[in-house]
Ligand binder design. Structure first.
Ligand SMILES: *Cc1c(COP(=O)(O)O)cnc(C)c1O
Length: 475
């Protein structure tokens, strides 16, 4: 029989198994395909019935590491451009291991002043990095989706309060539908957050003046007037097809004029604030009432890592505090209980990898990384424009390049199907990952280079592989 109690004097051994595998894995990650289909047979080793007699920690972890280093998607390597996927910097990765090593209950100050302090420190550093006022409240979340839930729960509290209803205790019963307005750039996760909050995913109204989804400010303003300003505006900083952004400053003006709530989705786009080359895109975000960003994308912290910032810190505890409005911690109160400021109760110390990576590379290191990615994206855009069989579909503004395969002689009505097949072929090939999406009715690729390891040669390979597989399909 295997019992963890028998392992207490050798409890570091299974960790040593992981640590021994880590060096070769991380050092070889740059050479690996993103996914090697030949390794999928290893997945069978995960199966079988629940063992009655356990293997013991070392054998179990050895198996897990062997299967994982072979069959996992090596998406933290330099050539996973699918969706918007970051990597894990060496410091963030080690900080994440430290999180498990120390296993802090990071919801309550009394359980871990260390975790609470680290969270307060990193939230301060992140506000500084993003140019948000230090007076904003904040909380770390598992993702941008949960950061939307956090920020929009505060918006919902504020909005219901306007009807004299404490939504935290009473719920939404009897209230009208909360008006939520955005542009066509809005991400599906905003709708999901509204759905979770009981506001309904399809109540969000978009105001777009073109098929790229750019905001129609006049139409939105007219709608704001109709609801007397008591509405939530969602501004999008970094859209997932093209990297486009709403004019945050102008939406902040609208919100201010009408007394509306401004929520900004800066899941990855918030990092535009780090470089003078792109900071104009983020201008106005400091005027928002709530802001969402992700750690597991452009910050290159392991999953799961997101942040929510809210202008009025008291609203976080009103929306989530277990004992309601009586408990109002200051933004920098060291005895802060972070599980009263967000949707989670028990939670891990997800500040630690963020702390490690910001401490390791600092503002300048992150600015350099963001600018390297801007250069890589521009380079990819140039390669696409120079290739006779590729078509660039939007200007490269941030870290996403939107294009499609368009060889001579293929009629427009066949291009979507061809690109969809090419997308499947690319994922099956596995050397580089990039997925397809729909943009202005077209099936497109929208690779997002934002892994710390990625350099120009990685996107050169992407272009070569897309053209090679495209020629095979079209030949
Ligand atoms: C990825 C993304 C989200 C959702 O983030 P998760 O961390 O996956 O929940 C929201 N908005 C934008 C713009 C994104 O790119």
């Amino acid at each position: 029989m295997s019992d963890p109690l028998d392992e207490r004097d050798v409890a570091g051994e299974p960790l040593a198994v992981v640590a021994r595998a880590a060096g070769p894995y991380l050092e070889g990650l740059g050479e690996r395909p993103v996914h090697d289909p030949a390794q999928d047979v290893l997945l069978d080793e995960l199966g079988g019935p629940l063992p009655a007699e356990g293997d013991g920690a070392v054998a179990a972890v050895e198996r897990l590491v062997r299967v994982g280093t072979g069959a996992a998607t090596h998406s933290s390597g330099p050539r996973c451009f699918h969706f918007v996927v970051g990597g894990a910097t060496p410091a963030a990765m080690a900080g994440d291991w430290a999180t498990s090593l120390l296993d802090q209950g990071a919801g309550l100050w009394v359980l871990s002043p260390f975790a609470a302090r680290a969270e307060t420190v990193v939230l301060g550093w992140l506000k500084d990095l993003f140019g948000l006022p230090a007076s904003f409240g904040g909380v770390l979340t598992p993702s941008a989706t949960l950061a939307h839930v956090t920020g929009l729960a505060c918006a919902r509290y504020w909005w219901a309060d306007g009807y004299g209803v404490d939504v935290t205790s009473r719920g939404l019963g009897g209230l009208p539908v909360m008006p939520v307005f955005s542009s066509g750039l809005v991400h599906v996760s905003t709708r999901k957050a509204l759905q979770i909050l009981g506001c309904g995913r399809d109540t969000l109204r978009t105001f777009a003046r073109d098929d790229a989804g750019r905001v129609d400010l006049a139409a939105m303003e007219a709608a704001l007037e109709r609801v007397g300003g008591r509405a939530v505006i969602v501004a999008n900083l970094g859209e997932v097809n093209t990297g486009d952004s709403d004019p945050i400053d102008e939406l902040a003006d609208l919100a201010e004029r009408h007394g509306a709530w401004l929520h900004v989705d800066g899941a990855f786009g918030m990092f535009a604030a780090l470089s003078p080359r792109t900071a104009h895109l983020a201008r106005g975000v400091e005027r928002a009432d709530s802001v969402t960003a992700d750690g597991h994308k452009w910050l290159n912290v392991p999953y799961e890592s997101g942040f929510s910032f809210v202008r009025d810190p008291a609203l976080l505890s009103r929306a989530f505090g277990a004992w309601g409005a009586a408990y109002l911690p200051d933004a920098d109160d060291e005895r802060i209980n972070y599980n009263m400021l967000g949707p989670e109760s028990s939670r891990r110390a997800r500040a630690l990898p963020i702390w490690a990576t910001l401490r390791a590379y600092g503002r300048d290191g992150y600015r350099a990384m963001v600018e390297r990615h801007l250069d890589v994206a521009l380079h990819l855009g140039e390669l696409v424009e120079a290739a006779p069989d590729l078509e660039l579909l939007a200007p490269v503004r941030l870290c996403i390049v939107c294009f499609r395969y368009r060889p001579d002689g293929v009629p427009e009505h066949r291009l979507n199907e061809l690109n969809a097949h090419l997308g499947e072929a690319l994922l099956a090939d596995g050397r580089v990952f990039a997925g397809t999406s729909t943009y202005r009715g077209m099936t497109v690729f929208r690779p997002a280079p934002l892994n710390w390891r990625t350099t120009k040669s990685d996107v050169e390979l992407l272009v070569d592989v897309v053209r090679e597989l495209g020629a095979d399909l079209n030949g």
